[in-house]
Every structure is written in C-alpha cells, then in structure tokens.
Design a protein around this ligand. Sequence first.
Ligand code: CMX
Length: 440
Amino acid sequence: MDSIKQKFLEKATPVAAEVKSIIKEHGNFVMGEYTLAQVYQGMKGITGLVTETSKLDAEEGIRFRGYSIPEIREKFPKAPNGTEPLPEGVFYLMLIGEIPTEEDVRTLSNELARRSIVPKHVFDVLDSLPAATHPMTQFSIAVMAMQTESLFAAAYRKGVSKKEYWDYTYEDSMNLIARLPRIAAYIYRRKYKNNEHIEPDHKLDWAANLAHMMGYEDFDVKRLMRLYMTIHADHEGGNVSAHTTHLVGSALSDPYLSFAAGMNGLAGPLHGLANQEVIIWIMNMREELGGGLPTKEQIAAFIQKTLSEGKVVPGYGHAVLRKTDPRFTAQQNFYKKYIKDQGKSNDLCEIVQMVYEVAPPILEATGKIKNPWPNVDAHSGALLMHFDIKEFEFYTVLFGVSRALGVLASLCWDRAIGHPIERPGSTTTELIKKKIGITA
Ligand code: CMX
C-alpha cells in the first residue's frame, strides 16, 4: 500500500466510526429549518450535505480544512524557487487533513507521475471527435472513455465487500488526478496547436507539467498554473460540480462516471464556463467601443446594457459568497506582483480591475442580486490571456483539472465514511398550495 493511502486509512477509519456513533447517538438533533423560498430557489442555505475537504464562509471565502487561500499561499510547500503553493499539497491537505511536509508533497508528486499513463484508446476517442467539439465536451468524453480502467467498477463486479470500497475509490481517484493534465494538454494541442503533442516531463510537478505539455515553458506560466490549480480545487460540497460528483458517486457509480458527471455541471455558464464568458463579455465590450481601454462610464453603460438585455454579468455574483472572492483577490495580487510591478501592464487585467470598481454598485442597485462582488472567474481568463493562452473555450478545462483535486478527495471520504445513496424528497406546486392553504 502506498504511504499516502496508508495515511488516509489511518485518518479515515476513526472518523468513519465516529460518524456512525454521532448518527446513532444524536441522529434526531435538529439542524435547522428551511423556507418555501429555499425549496423553490435551489435549496440555498439548507445544510444538507457533509463534505470534509473544505468549507465556504459567505464573508471570508473558502477554507480548505480550515486554511484560507492567503494562508495556503504563505505556508504550503512550493516548487524549487517557486512562490506559489504546489496544488498537490492542497490535495494532500484535503485528503489527509494535515499540512504536508515538502517530503509528503514530493512523495505525492512521484506517486501521481507513476500513475500518469493515459491508455491509447482515450486519445483515439478524442481523435475521432470533430475538432469543433467544445473542449469541455471533449474533456468529459475522455474521462468517460477512460472508465474502462476503473478498478472500483471491476472490483464491484467481482463482489468486493463494502468495507473495501474506499480502497478502489482511492485508486481510481489517484489515477484520474494523475492522468487529467495529459488529457487536458492533449485536447489543447489537438484543437489549437496543429495536433502536435508534447511528452510529459516527470521531473516537473503536476501543475508545471500541465503547462509544459500545453507548450508553455515560461517560469511565470508555471507559477500561474500552480496558483490556478490551487485556488480552483474545492468550494465545499454544494456547488454544482462537487455536488454532482458526490450525488452520482452515492449510487456507487465509479469515480470516472462521477467525475465526468461533475464536469458536465462545471461546463454550465453559471458555473465554471463563466471563465470563458467573462473574456467573451470583455471582448464584446471592446469591439463595440472600437478597441483600446474603455472609460469607467463606458463600462458602466455596457453593464447596464447587459442587464437590460436580460443577461448576467459573468464573473459577478455568487450563491454563497457575499464579499469579493479571495480567489479573485489572489489573482489580483498575482497580477500586481508578477506582471504590473515588473513594468508589464496588461490591458485586459486593467479592464478587470476597472469592472471591479464599476460593477458592484450597479449590480447592487438592481435590488435583487444578492452578491454584487466578483467571483474567481472574473479574473482568471485575463491572466491566461496575458501569458498568450488565448483559447478561452479551453479555460473551463483548466478549472476542471483543478476541481478534480477537491471532488475526488471528497469521494474517497464518502466511500470511507460509507455515505449512503442520496435521495432528497421532492414535492409539487399543487401539494405546496394545499399545505399553505391556497385553494384557488
Ligand atoms: N448579473 C446579472 N444578474 C445576476 C447576477 C449577475 N452577475 N447574479 C445574480 N443575478 C440575478 C439572478 O439571475 C437572479 O435573477 P432573477 O431573480 O431574475 O432570476 C437574481 O439576480 C438573484 O440571484 P442571486 O440569488 O443573487 O444569485 P443566485 O444564487 O441565483 O446565482 C450565480 C448565483 C453565480 C449563478 C449568479 O450570480 C450568476 O449568474 N452570476 C454570473 C455567472 C457567474 O459568474 N457564475 C460563476 C460563479 C462561480 C463559479 O461557480 O465558477
């Protein structure tokens, strides 16, 4: 058994026993009440899931096992000469519950490199798709094609005991995480770089290897990729990609099926696809204004126009957050420190900053948008554009590679704790009317 798996077993076994006893002793404890509006409006604010890996605070933003993004950027192991945390370390934290040492992260990086060979038929499936297929569709199809490799599915077919589920979930999850950068890079190079592919370099860490296989050797791109893969990794359990992965996994669909389902949710424009929508929105604005840097008045007018056309302003708002997303702030800092302060100002990043100064009061004035502040997607595309990664339809795939870290760590915990199949109740409008006494 690899040392990380051994540590996971040691951590998860007592927690699983404790959860059983909590349910037995306190199962009738009342967690809260909910309203009719919550039932109709996406169950927001109803705590109906347990996700061990991270918790989102409306004011402070995400905390991975208690650690905020600034704390992780400061305290976590970095690549040699690196300044941003290695995302492997965040995965370790979510899986094991402890800050990893440099040695732990090295072990994990090596373990992922060992598992990273993608079977040939996955590339064959990708090669058979029309080049115009959206990269997120390709990503999901590639994960599904790789389901042939599921050790969980094979073990289940052989009748493995439920006590062993966690083991095969761990194996599938680690293999998936190890292989996703290669798959993402293959999609990128096939669609945008003449189908010319770059072999992995196993001396590199997980995120830097992704940049390398995409064709970017610049130190700053690798630095950005480490930050990007860290900040997108998890956002507690109720967001669409995490919740879908958990829900599908609760039917004992293996990690490949579960993760692909989660990725289909991430591909929605109100979720992960918002990162491409932000760039399209800014480009449309610039085109309408004839290029160059818009004024704040012009940005304000474009926001008003977007709203009056019944569309959302992408990159703004959130179902839980009620402040500027710290993942946005981390990217702002990155732009300032490693780009602007180096004398390399970037128009798109400047526009992102201007939109940040203009949009919140306008969105707030609508009286209905609960969070007028930017989320992670408001900034990420502009940074990628700065480093010449201009193929914005690909951006959500990068989000997806990162999100695998959180949702698959969670899936390991789901199977270790033995969470049952998820099956909330539903009702009808007719029955609701009866319940509240509307007769007409
Ligand atoms: N622009 C315009 N209208 C917005 C808005 C925005 N950025 N954010 C919310 N609204 C609207 C909603 O569409 C809703 O309108 P209706 O009442 O007409 O249906 C109203 O304001 C209330 O919505 P809310 O309760 O504030 O927000 P929700 O929890 O329903 O939705 C979110 C959250 C993120 C989907 C929404 O803010 C949005 O659509 N934002 C733009 C898309 C985006 O950036 N998504 C990425 C989120 C982060 C991620 O998952 O990657």
